[in-house]
Design a protein around this ligand. Structure first.
Ligand code: URA
Length: 188
């Protein structure tokens, strides 16, 4: 099945989106970024202040940790694709509201259709509960895998949760090693 819009057209829609009130307070909408042929799609929550300024996902401290974790499994941002559930910064860094997530999710669905990833990694509770299951428990279930429509799904802590509580770092590193193993098994 051919898709109606190209990646560039989708980005254009996102960049000029006015579908919810976040569009009135944002500086820049933040489309996902990375390798459009990547087998792995990382999905976080919503842009923070740095991302709102730069228009690029994970440019702040969480992004530095994310890059380090990727590096430890021999990967970098050019090999993956990274996006958010909600493309605009929620004021004061609050959680995106359910209705904001609902309004924005068609963009993520379309990104996923264009990318056709083999593995989806949710970064944090908000993404895991929207993508995997509404009652997903990140503390208990991070690092577990399930398969849905021939795509593997998993969730890990949000990097900012690891920055707040460094005792979570070894578990996060272990989850990233499992992501690497799953990719090595899944992608020829
Ligand atoms: N936190 C997120 O969830 N996404 C970003 O892009 C940056 C920080």
């Amino acid at each position: 099945m051919g898709l109606m819009y190209s990646y560039g057209e989708l980005k254009d829609f996102v960049d000029h989106c006015g579908r919810c009130p976040l569009s009135q307070t944002r500086n820049r909408a933040v489309m996902g970024k990375g390798n459009l042929h990547s087998p792995v799609l990382f999905i976080a929550e919503a842009p923070g202040r740095n991302e709102d300024r730069d228009g690029i996902p994970f440019t702040g401290r969480s992004g530095e940790l994310f890059d380090r974790l990727l590096g430890e499994i021999g990967m970098n941002r050019e090999e993956i694709y990274l996006t958010n559930i909600v493309k605009c910064h929620p004021p004061g860094n609050r959680d995106p509201k359910p209705e904001e997530q609902e309004t924005c999710i068609p963009y993520l669905k379309y990104e996923t259709l264009l990318l056709r990833p083999k593995l989806i990694v949710c970064l944090g509770r908000i993404a895991a509960q929207r993508i995997i299951r509404p009652d997903f428990r990140i503390t208990r279930e991070h690092g577990t895998f399930l398969e849905r429509k021939h795509v593997w799904l998993t969730a890990v802590y949000h990097p900012s949760a690891v920055l707040r509580d460094e005792t979570k770092l070894p578990q996060m590193q272990e989850d990233f090693r499992r992501i690497r193993e799953k990719l090595d098994e899944t992608v020829e």
